[in-house]
Each structure stands twice: as structure tokens, then as C-alpha cells.
Design a binder for this molecule. Structure first.
Ligand code: BGC
Length: 747
């Protein structure tokens, strides 16, 4: 009661402050608030903002992004506060995606930890560091579901599952925003990219999306909604076209769904020049597309200055209304108000905080811990891993000696020159206990032009112009006398990320040839796999004894890999996305529908069944998969009742035993299947998971609760309902290997 009253009072206070301010603003000043420009430090498009200083003074800019340090931000804020007519402070944004200076694993890696406390902590640390450096708004979390690993931005999301991604979205928003958005160590979150950006056709970036409402509501929209329900202060439009209307001009999306159905009250910002890009989408000239976007419900225009240049004219011509402009202006001012910028525009400009709160020992230790927990052990035949800390290891491959690639894509503020490489990190951890002999082995890619495209933004991997034979021979030599070979292969950090789609998603052919040569030595070979997306690893899975997928682990990748390879940390990551056998199986995801002609379980090809002639329907590694140095056995799945009454709950219990000789963590996963529905339902849906630590030999009874709420979905009329009838429930170590039980939801 008291908190509702206070919230009401606060909002009245904000309204009256903004009413007063807006009553003094000219039309130009109102439009100026809608203009977001770059500070010139990092950009993702070809357009760069110009004349920024003059525009701030004339009130033609509402915010700046990609600018940092308290000194620079104070100087820009000074221009706004002291030299513009009304002294309205600027908002300062940045792509703080997986850490600010202390970089954490790329989001798909962080998602692989399935550890919600850690997820939240990474966002808190990112907020602490970014705000210490002057920033108060981050363009994160990115929660685009994707089922197409050809899409380069797979790396930036949480994978294929709406339930897992929603949980992560909530933790990220809470981690960034804390309990008090106006505190000087919390950031305003911006959920992106609204919407369906991950469903781009053919996995080609920025491409068309066409999707039924039924699929949208059930499978793609939940994480955005979860982030908004968690209180995210802003949302970013996506670049793509949705069922014929690009997101940035899509009134149904930005107003009917977002504001009216979901009750979103924050600010909507476009993606980089997304309004201007509506011209290329074929929606008309700049004036027309700017008016369309404003009327659709978009408040702030990133970089393109379509609003700045055309809204006045559109108002005069009756193409937009004063109310449209006022709405957008109010929402931008409210965001600033909630951040406390009117109270103190310099609250994020504390040089001492910048000195003391960034890249601290504690932050780096957390980064190392999270990195190790994001790694997924894909294969470990005959317990090749862990190694013992003695003898000699040969470390080979184009990803072995590149610090700049360790943070992974979208780490715009990382200090690339001081990020240790895998080689360095391993040396730091192992000291003189283990001799490490390094060799490049092969270039990242055969084709120098492709390699250049794949190593942009300072993520260079120098090419070695010796012949492939010479490079391989050197690697084989390095492995002489070694107890094992660690092959650091896969993608460079910029082989995923924005505008980095690929049609062949295997390890590049030249790297595979190196791997073949290494395997011929007969020594144990461990593939330490760097990647920003699921790769096709069919050959590797068949031939390489151990594969550790380390994604891109951030600043402390090198040390964290050593921690896991040498057994100080037992890997516990699980895949948040299916790994297909080949590109032709894509899209391949665990929560698929069945067909009228399903393949019989365990079969490959059956004529007139839904399958392929040349490959079976199974993934290489299923969703939720990941091994440990120890083993977990699941027994005795039991339900508290076989009949669930509405309003009641059912307890699902399973005994999980650590049967191996190592302590370890296990992600116990619960899935359901709605056996009969008014519409077709997925064969499995994740509805619960718990990450639990087990001592060697320990057994624990793990409990989940299910209520009617967990069984709900959007039906044909888009009503969110649970339909009475039979449900199967599955619990296991991944989405494939499960114990099964069932219950009935009663009328
Ligand atoms: C990306 C966004 C990002 C923005 C600002 C765009 O190209 O799609 O994710 O937030 O640039 O850097």
C-alpha cells in the first residue's frame, strides 16, 4: 500500500515537472529531444553524426551514444546544461552488451551457464563500470530468439528457447537497473531488437521476417515481454520487415501490442538509422517514413536525423500531430527524469569512480568464474580431460595467441590490447608446472579477403604467409614430446555478430586439415572451440576425442580455459541452442511441432514420413546438452498427483546422483508436452531448470512445481489459456535424455 502510494506520488511529481518543462519548450526543442547522435567512438553504420556541439547548444540533441569517460561526458553535458536555452541534460547510451571494460562471455555463452545469479551479477558489474565511466543507458539485453545459426547475431542472444531467454532477460534488466534507476551505479536497460530480428529469412542479417501471430506470441515474443514486465526502461526497434511492415514503422507492433496490450510505458528508440532505412524498404521518402515511425509509436531517432529534419514540416502539413510529438518528447524526458538527470546531470561523472570501479580484481575474478561456467563440454572420450598439471602441452591454432579475439563480438569498450590470449592465460595459470609449446598451425581462413572481413574492429589475427604444409609441419614439431595437443580452432570473434552471417557453419576447411594432421600424431587432441553460433561439427565429433566449446569467454578467457582443461573447474555449461548435423537441417530446434507423418523414434529414413534421404532428423547435440567430468544419473521420477486441479499445483521430483569421482554442477531440466490441444503443440517445452552442485557420490531429490500457469499458451484466438487434458512431463540432463511421466489437467 505505502509503496503504491509513493509510486503514485512520484509519478505525479514527474508529470508535473515535465508538464512545466514542456510548456516552456518550442517545437524545435521538443523535436530536438528525439534526436540521438553518436559521440563518434564506435559506430555500426556508414552514417556518422556531425555538428554535434552546435546542435547540443541549440537544443537539437536529446542524447549521445558511444561516448565515454567522465571528462568527455561532463564536457558534453556542460554544453547542454549550461549553453542550451532550457538546460535539459543529455542521456548517454552505449552498447554495454556483455560487460563494459571487464568483459563477460558473449550472451550465447552466458546463456550456456544456465545460472541466473551469475547472469544478474554480470549485468550489475557492467552497470557499475559503465556508470563509473559516465554512461547511463545500455542497449541491452538483446533477447531475439533465433533458430538459424547462419545468422551472425546468434552470438548476441540467448539461443532458441523462449522460456530460458525470458528468465535471462529478467535477470539482465534487474541487474542493470537495480532497485533504483536514479542511483549512480545503475543503467537504464534497452530491450532489443523489437521484434523478431532473429527470424531473418535464410539467416541473412536485416532480412525479411514473415510469421504467424500464433508463432510470434508463443515462441518469439515472450522474452521481450518478460523484459518489459521486469521494468525495462526502453526498447529498440529492429531493422527487419515483419509481415510486410518494417518494425520501425509498425504501428501494430509499437503501439497496439507494446503499449496497449503489454502496457509498456517507457521509451522506444530506433536502431541505427532504421528510420532512414525505411526508404530502402520502399515505404517512401524521409519525410514520409519519419512521420510513419512517429505515428507508429517510435520516440527517439538513432543517428538518422529524420525526425530532426522533417517533423516540423510534417506537423505543418498535418501529417503528424502535436500530440504525436509531445508523446515522444515526454517519454524521452521521463527517461531522463527516472535516471535522476534533472536532479544532477553530472551524477555519472565521478572521476574517482572511473578510477576505482573499473576492471577491479573482484570484477576480473567474476569474469573468470563466469567464463568457466559458460563452457560446454561437447565430448570427452575416455576421460581425455581433465589434464594433470605436469608435463608438456602443445597449443596450436589461429585462436591460441590472439588476445583481441577473446572478448568476442560486441565488446565495444574492451581494451583489446591488454586482453590476455589463451596462450598467455594458460601460462599465467600453469606457471612452470606445465611446459606449453605454441604453434600457429594454420591461418584463420585460407582466403585472405575472407579473413579480413572476419577480423574487423581491431580483432586482427596476423596472417602467416608460409605454405600450409610448413605451418602444419611446425605444429607437428611443437607436439613432439607433448602429452597432449590443445587445438584452439573455430571462428574469430567477428565471424559472428552484426552483419556476419555465414552459409557454411563448420570449422573452416584449412583448420579442419590441421586437425586431421594433429590427430595423425596419435596423441590425445582436445579441440578448444571458439564460436559465436552453433557450428556443424559432425566430422569433429566423430574423430576428435574431446571437444570443449568455449564460445568467447571475455577478458579472462585464457585463464578460465586453463581452469577447466586442468580440472580446477568442472564444466557445467549446457547448450541454449541445438547444434545441427549439417546446414540443410536448419531450422532445427527442440521445441518443434510434430507432423502428421512423424518419423518413428530411433528410425532414420522411412518412405512417406517427414525426413530426409541423406541425413536423419536428429541434431548432433540437442538443446540443453553438455557433459561434465563427472556423471549424473536420474532415477525415480515421481509426481505428487496424477491429476492437477486448476488453482492447484503438482510437485515433480527426481533423484539425481553424482555417480562419478568429481564434485560437479548439473542443470536439471524439466520439459512438458501438451498431448492434445485445440492447436498443434510443441513436442517438448522447457518449463523449469535448476543448477545444482553435487559432491562426488551425492544424491539429491530435486523438486519442481508446476501450476496451470505453466501449461498456458496462446490459442488460435491468441487467448492465453491452459487446456484440460493429458500432459507428459520429462526431466533430464538435456532435452533428449529424459525420464517421462504424465498427469492430467482437470476441468
Ligand atoms: C545494432 C544495435 C546497436 C546499435 C547501436 C546497430 O547496428 O543493430 O544492436 O545497439 O547499432 O550501436
Amino acid at each position: 500500500m505505502t509503496s503504491t502510494v509513493t509510486a503514485q506520488q512520484n509519478s505525479q511529481k514527474m508529470d508535473s515537472f515535465i508538464n512545466t518543462l514542456m510548456s516552456k519548450m518550442t517545437l524545435e526543442e521538443k523535436i530536438g529531444q528525439l534526436n540521438l547522435v553518436t559521440g563518434g567512438e564506435a559506430t555500426t553504420g556508414s552514417t556518422v553524426s556531425t555538428g554535434v556541439e552546435g546542435k547540443i547548444k541549440s537544443g537539437a540533441i536529446g542524447g549521445i551514444f558511444s561516448m565515454s569517460t567522465p571528462q568527455r561526458i561532463r564536457a558534453a553535458q556542460d554544453l547542454a546544461v549550461k549553453q542550451s536555452r532550457l538546460g535539459i541534460p543529455l542521456i548517454f547510451g552505449m552498447d554495454v552488451i556483455h560487460g563494459y571494460k571487464t568483459i563477460f562471455p558473449i550472451p550465447i555463452g552466458l546463456a550456456s551457464s544456465w545460472d541466473m545469479n551469475l547472469v544478474r551479477q554480470t549485468a550489475q558489474i557492467a552497470a557499475t563500470e559503465a556508470t563509473a565511466d559516465g554512461i547511463n543507458w545500455t542497449f541491452s539485453p538483446m533477447v531475439d530468439i533465433s533458430r538459424d545459426p547462419r545468422w551472425g547475431r546468434f552470438s548476441e542472444g540467448n539461443g532458441e528457447d523462449p522460456y530460458l531467454s525470458s528468465k535471462i532477460a529478467v535477470e539482465m534488466v534487474k541487474g542493470y537497473q537495480g532497485n533504483d534507476l536514479a542511483a549512480n551505479n545503475t543503467l537504464m536497460a534497452c530491450v532489443k531488437h523489437f521484434a523478431l530480428y532473429g527470424a531473418a529469412e535464410a539467416g541473412r542479417d536485416y532480412n525479411t521476417t514473415d510469421m504467424s501471430l500464433h508463432r510470434m506470441y508463443n515462441e518469439y515474443l515472450p522474452p521481450y515481454k518478460a523484459a518489459i514486465d521486469a521494468g525495462a526502461g526502453s526498447i529498440m526497434t529492429s531493422f527487419n520487415d515483419i509481415n510486410g511492415v518494417p518494425a520501425t514503422a509498425n504501428k501494430w507492433l509499437m503501439t497496439d501490442l507494446l503499449r496497449q496490450q503489454w502496457g509498456f510505458q517507457g521509451m522506444v528508440v530506433t536502431d541505427y538509422t532504421a528510420i532512414n532505412e525505411l526508404i530502402d524498404h520502399g515505404l517512401g521518402d524521409l519525410q514520409r517514413v519519419s512521420a510513419l515511425s512517429l505515428k507508429a509509436g517510435v520516440d527517439m531517432d538513432m543517428v538518422g536525423e529524420g525526425y530532426l529534419g522533417t517533423l516540423k514540416k510534417s506537423l505543418e502539413e498535418g501529417k503528424v500531430s502535436q500530440a504525436d510529438i509531445d508523446r515522444a518528447c515526454r517519454l524521452v524526458l521521463e527517461a531522463k527524469y527516472k535516471l535522476g538527470l534533472f536532479e544532477n546531470p553530472y551524477k555519472y561523472c565521478d572521476v574517482n569512480r572511473a578510477k576505482n570501479n573499473i576492471l577491479t580484481k573482484a570484477h576480473l575474478a567474476k569474469s573468470r568464474e563466469v567464463a568457466a561456467k559458460s563452457f560446454v563440454l561437447l565430448k570427452n572420450d575416455k576421460q581425455t580431460l581433465p589434464f594433470t598439471k605436469k608435463g608438456k602441452i602443445a597449443l596450436v591454432g589461429p585462436l591460441a595467441n590472439t588476445g583481441a579475439n577473446m572478448p568476442g563480438t560486441w565488446s565495444v569498450s574492451a581494451d583489446l590490447e591488454h586482453t590476455p590470449s589463451l596462450l598467455q592465460g594458460m601460462k599465467d595459470v600453469l606457471g612452470n608446472k606445465v611446459a606449453i609449446q605454441y604453434a600457429l598451425g594454420t591461418n584463420l581462413l585460407d582466403d585472405p579477403a575472407y579473413q579480413e572481413r572476419a577480423t574487423m574492429f581491431g580483432r586482427t589475427i596476423p596472417r602467416d604467409n608460409r605454405s600450409e604444409q610448413e605451418l602444419i609441419a611446425e605444429a607437428i614439431k611443437a607436439s613432439e614430446g607433448a602429452d597432449a595437443i590443445v587445438a584452439a580452432l573455430g571462428e574469430s570473434s567477428e565471424m559472428s555478430g552484426e552483419s556476419s552471417s555465414r552459409t557454411e557453419i563448420g570449422i573452416p576447411a584449412n583448420q579442419q586439415r590441421l586437425l586431421q594432421a594433429l590427430l595423425k600424431t596419435g596423441k590425445p587432441v582436445v579441440l578448444v572451440l571458439f564460436t559465436g553460433r552453433p557450428l556443424t561439427l559432425t566430422w569433429e565429433n566423430e574423430h576428435v576425442p574431446a571437444i570443449l566449446n568455449v564460445w568467447f569467454g571475455g577478458t579472462e578467457t585464457g585463464k578460465a580455459v586453463a581452469d577447466v582443461l586442468f580440472g580446477d573447474v568442472n564444466p557445467s555449461g549446457k547448450l541454449p541452442a541445438t547444434f545441427p548435423k549439417n546446414v540443410g537441417q536448419i531450422p532445427l530446434y527442440y521445441n518443434a511441432k510434430t507432423t502428421g507423418r512423424p518419423l518413428e523414434q530411433g528410425k532414420w529414413f522411412q518412405k512417406f514420413r517427414s525426413n530426409y534421404l541423406d541425413v536423419d532428423n536428429d541434431p548432433l547435440y540437442p538443446f540443453g546438452y553438455g557433459l561434465s567430468y563427472t556423471a549424473f544419473q536420474y532415477n525415480n521420477l515421481r509426481l505428487s498427483t496424477s491429476k492437477l486441479q486448476k488453482q492447484d499445483k503438482i510437485t515433480v521430483t527426481v533423484d539425481v546422483k553424482n555417480t562419478g569421482k568429481y564434485d560437479g554442477e548439473e542443470v536439471v531440466q524439466l520439459y512438458i508436452r501438451d498431448m492434445v490441444g485445440s492447436v498443434t503443440r510443441p513436442v517438448k517445452e522447457l518449463k523449469g531448470f535448476q543448477k545444482i552442485a553435487f559432491k562426488a557420490g551425492e544424491t539429491k531429490a530435486v523438486e519442481f512445481e508446476l501450476t496451470e500457469e505453466d501449461l498456458k499458451f496462446y490459442n488460435e484466438k491468441l487467448e492465453f489459456v491452459a487446456e484440460p487434458g493429458e500432459f507428459e512431463v520429462y526431466v533430464g540432463t538435456n532435452s533428449r535424455d529424459v525420464l517421462t511421466s504424465k498427469f492430467e489437467l482437470q476441468n
